[in-house]
Design a protein around this ligand. Structure first.
Ligand SMILES: Cc1cc2nc3c(=O)[nH]c(=O)nc-3n(C[C@H](O)[C@H](O)[C@H](O)COP(=O)(O)OP(=O)(O)OC[C@H]3O[C@@H](n4cnc5c(N)ncnc54)[C@H](O)[C@@H]3O)c2cc1C
Ligand code: FES
Ligand code: FES
Length: 465
């Protein structure tokens, strides 16, 4: 039996854990304010807030309820658009209305909830950039985004006097949230078990559900033995030990993106991951899911493969290790038993001679899969490449580690000639299936940009002529 809170009511249900939260909200609770636009995580009409107690504190983040498995709501506070209503228009609702941010209104509940995700996120500075980032997963076909950007600015301005501590009390007092929010921590503590989420030894693995529920639009994983691993405390963390970085498989993309420790080694990581999906998807999606779904465009997978990462897998009590590049064997095919669980992904921590570069080209900045993505890691000693790995995505059934190109680069200095020869070899290693000429030109340009990033003074645009 699942037990959670929706708005100000406690809910207990036997509805299957693998069904979609939006269907439960609409069909069983008859809360119709949460809309279904695409059921694919693309439009944000179904955005809700999910609150849970972490390290003794109640924290909220936005999620797309169309792709959220109901089981992932267990012991949490789910807030729908109905749950933020106050006797008068709330400060967020008023900001949208005053700036003409709504016409047909279908997308509006999603925008409102995303703005609430911004208001309630204590870690984010209350500036316009972060407010707009919070609505990166919401699409409106009517108003144009300028009015919503103005609404974002109005929300930011209203939040300027919010204190760092006791933020919830301030939000209640200033007509952002209804009074009942003050009782939620106590209510959640009562229904939260003392034992944290643990990974089972068997069962169909579901993490964030952003891939599984997308593949099964009717929320089809409704029966059978499920292994719900989202938030598993043992693997929702990143640790640094013996010169290696270990990323727990249930770490979310959001936590990976915001890891200050990891940024010391991969300084541009936040910028790279900002290009992945949208805020609510990143709050749900996990690193293990990005690897196990073996999509040819997996952003995290491309980055981790360039670090020559190793996976630690567990099955029936036994663990084994395999290189990520040997794990992906085809389109949505991986080298593992169906119920085998990825525990960790680890790689050697880069030293000061290691250089890393990631490039993604997509039609839109947010919510778009890569048309081409690639990553390169080199170690330079006195300008000579002593280690190299070049990984490309979006070119065929699976992400590819270009062995011959990587091997060619060893012992070379970065120059126009090195680029041209590396490109010749890379072109021989790739077999784009569609728009071949275009994709080949993207690989060439990305290879150039990587080498340029590593050694701007020794390679020039002449090399591209
Ligand atoms: C709108 C939208 C936009 C997206 N944009 C991007 C994008 O820009 N870039 C990108 O790379 N991806 C993108 N994705 C794909 C997806 O969000 C990611 O691949 C995500 O990381 C999957 O993680 P998850 O936890 O949701 O996986 P789930 O859906 O829970 O699981 C996916 C698969 O992995 C298996 N699995 C999950 N965890 C484990 C584990 N620890 N061990 C073994 N097997 C496991 C599951 O059984 C399932 O087969 C997007 C998805 C959506 C819906
Ligand atoms: S319905 Fe479009 S993101 Fe959920
Ligand atoms: S107001 Fe109509 S889709 Fe946004």
């Amino acid at each position: 039996m699942l037990n959670f809170i929706v708005n100000n009511k406690e809910v207990k249900t036997d509805t299957p854990s693998g069904s979609s939260l939006v269907d439960f909200i609409r069909n069983e609770l008859h809360l119709y304010g949460t809309k279904i636009g695409c059921r694919e995580g693309d439009c944000g009409a179904c955005t809700i807030l999910v609150g849970e107690i972490k390290d003794g504190e109640l924290k909220y983040q936005t999620m797309n309820s169309c792709l959220m498995p109901l089981g992932n709501a267990n012991h949490k506070h789910i807030v729908t658009i109905e749950g933020i209503n106050c006797p008068e228009l709330t400060s967020v609702q008023a900001a949208i209305l005053d700036n003409n941010g709504t016409q047909c209104g279908f997308c509006t509940p999603g925008f409102v909830m995303s703005f609430y995700g911004f208001c309630l996120n204590a870690d984010k500075e209350k500036n316009l950039e972060n407010a707009i980032e919070a609505i990166s997963g919401n699409i409106c076909r009517c108003t144009g985004y300028k009015s919503l950007e103005k609404a974002a600015a109005a929300v930011v301005s209203k939040l300027q006097s919010m204190p760092g501590a006791e933020a919830m009390a301030w939000l209640v007092k200033n007509n952002f949230l209804p009074d009942y929010f003050m009782d939620i921590p106590g209510k959640l503590k009562k229904i939260t078990p003392s034992k944290p989420v643990a990974v089972q030894e068997s069962g169909y693995i579901i993490a964030g559900g952003t891939d599984i529920l997308l593949q099964n639009p009717e929320g089809a994983i409704e029966s059978g033995n499920l292994n719900l691993v989202y938030g598993a405390s043992a693997y929702s963390r990143i640790k640094f030990t013996d010169g290696k970085c270990y990323i727990g498989s249930t770490t979310t993309i959001k936590d990976l993106k915001e890891s200050l420790e990891l940024r010391k080694y991969i300084p541009k990581l936040e910028g790279y991951l900002k290009l992945m999906a949208s805020t609510p998807i990143r709050n749900m999606a996990t690193v293990g899911g990005n690897i196990a779904n073996s999509s040819p465009i997996g952003d995290v997978c491309v980055i981790l493969m360039a670090f020559d990462s190793t996976l630690v897998l567990r099955h029936k009590g036994e663990t084994r290790e395999i290189k990520l590049k040997d794990f992906l064997i085809g389109y949505k095919k991986v080298n593992k038993e169906p119920e085998e669980f990825i525990e960790w992904i680890y790689f050697d921590l880069p030293d000061e001679n290691t250089h890393f570069s990631y490039e993604k080209i997509s039609k839109r900045g947010h919510l778009d899969m890569a048309t081409a993505n690639s990553a390169m890691r080199v170690v330079l000693a006195d300008g000579v490449i002593t280690k190299a790995s070049f990984v490309v995505g979006a070119l065929g059934p699976t992400i590819r580690y270009l062995e011959k190109t990587s091997a060619y680069l060893l012992g070379k200095k970065i120059s126009n000639q090195t680029f041209q020869e590396a490109n010749r070899i890379a072109q021989g290693e790739i077999t784009p299936r569609s728009r071949a000429e275009y994709k080949r030109s993207l690989v060439r340009q990305q290879l150039f940009i990587h080498l340029m990033n590593f050694s701007p003074g020794t390679i020039s645009l002449e090399a591209l002529k």
